[in-house]
Design a protein around this ligand. Structure first.
Ligand code: F6P
Length: 323
């Protein structure tokens, strides 16, 4: 193996830059040429590559976003798009790829590898959602939950000052991995996640109990993927039956995706990028790098995408006990 490419794809996540840096510098250490591919699969299709020596990744470990940019590429999900991507790889003599992204990225990578078996791809889990199987933490998750926690703390101050009930929506299209720990860490009264069915009656009861305990404000964290349809919808339903507080809604949105990665984020992203290059050199392909109980593990893409980590039921229960 002489030349590898690295790209970031799907929703960006803090720590992606630390991972890119680790891939480039580990590649260099083992005598490989490394190219950066801009805008994920889109750059693969367009042949939008840049040579990356160790200097190209100086001063990026602390930056959010991704210096390689990211995209959700439709063209790659057509056979013609993938053929173009393959031809570009061959023309540039790329032997293998490190793909940093989430389930969409690994789904695309799997299809590509099935069609072109001589393409080797190793993945690093990059998504704030933490919704991949085969790793305790995805790149971006730790930073995102801390960003969300700080934002919720701020909202709590104003909720208290005005005797208000806030419904705060956090990201998490399919999973409550951002909602649950932030709810616990911020002392929220309740958390609504896609993994459990939400009952408005129960929620109203919780809020009434809170009033009974002389709480002058309340916070409910809503994962964006909750089956009731987001914080505005939940607020509307609750508002019909509960007039204890004035209600406000806050959608944290993309602010959760940016910002300086935390220390552990940088460490884990570096470990994963380093492990991805080592895995390619060991002849591995079609696997996602993960960290479970502090150990590096390799999980086939199919398993990483299809299986799901479970939310910790004890944490869910604790929200009710501790609030
Ligand atoms: O996959 C990460 C994520 O941030 C999800 O939590 C969210 O639903 C989605 O991306 C938003 O994507 P976009 O930035 O394309 O709107």
């Amino acid at each position: 193996m002489k030349k590898i490419g690295v790209f970031t794809s799907g929703g960006d996540a803090p720590g992606m830059n630390a991972c890119i840096r680790a891939v480039v510098r580990t590649g260099k250490y083992y005598g490989l040429e490394v190219v950066g591919i801009r805008r994920g699969f889109q750059g693969l299709v367009d042949g939008d590559y840049m040579e990356m020596g160790p200097g190209a990744v100086s001063g990026i470990i602390q930056q959010g976003g991704t210096i390689l940019r990211s995209a959700r590429c439709k063209a790659f999900f057509t056979p013609e798009g993938r053929q173009k991507a393959y031809e570009q790889m061959k023309a540039k003599e790329l032997d293998a790829l490190v793909a940093i992204g989430g389930d969409g990225t690994f789904t695309g990578a799997r299809i590509f590898m099935n069609e072109y078996p001589d393409v080797a791809i190793v993945g690093c889990p990059g998504t704030i959602d933490n919704d991949l199987f085969g790793t305790d933490f995805t790149i971006g998750y730790d930073t995102a939950i801390n960003t969300a926690m700080n934002a919720i703390d701020n909202i709590k101050d104003t909720a208290n000052a005005h005797d208000r009930l806030f419904f705060i929506e956090v990201m998490g299209r399919d999973a409550g991995f951002i909602a649950l720990p932030t709810a616990l860490a911020c002392g929220a009264e309740a958390v609504l996640v896609p993994e459990t069915k939400t009952s408005i009656d129960e929620l109203v009861k919780i809020l009434e109990n809170g009033m009974g305990k002389k709480k002058n404000s309340s916070i409910v964290i809503v994962a964006e993927g909750d089956e009731l349809g987001g914080a505005y919808k939940v607020a509307e339903e609750v508002g019909k039956r509960f007039q204890g507080y004035e209600i406000r809604v806050s959608i944290l949105g993309h602010l959760q995706r940016g910002g300086r990665p935390t220390c552990m984020e940088r460490v884990r992203a570096s470990q994963m990028g380093h492990a991805a290059v080592r895995a390619l050199l060991d002849g591995k392909s079609g696997v996602m790098i993960g960290i479970i109980d502090k150990e590096i593990v390799h999980t086939p893409f199919e398993k990483a995408i299809k299986h799901h980590q479970d939310l910790n039921p004890m944490l869910l229960e604790m929200i009710g006990i501790l609030s």
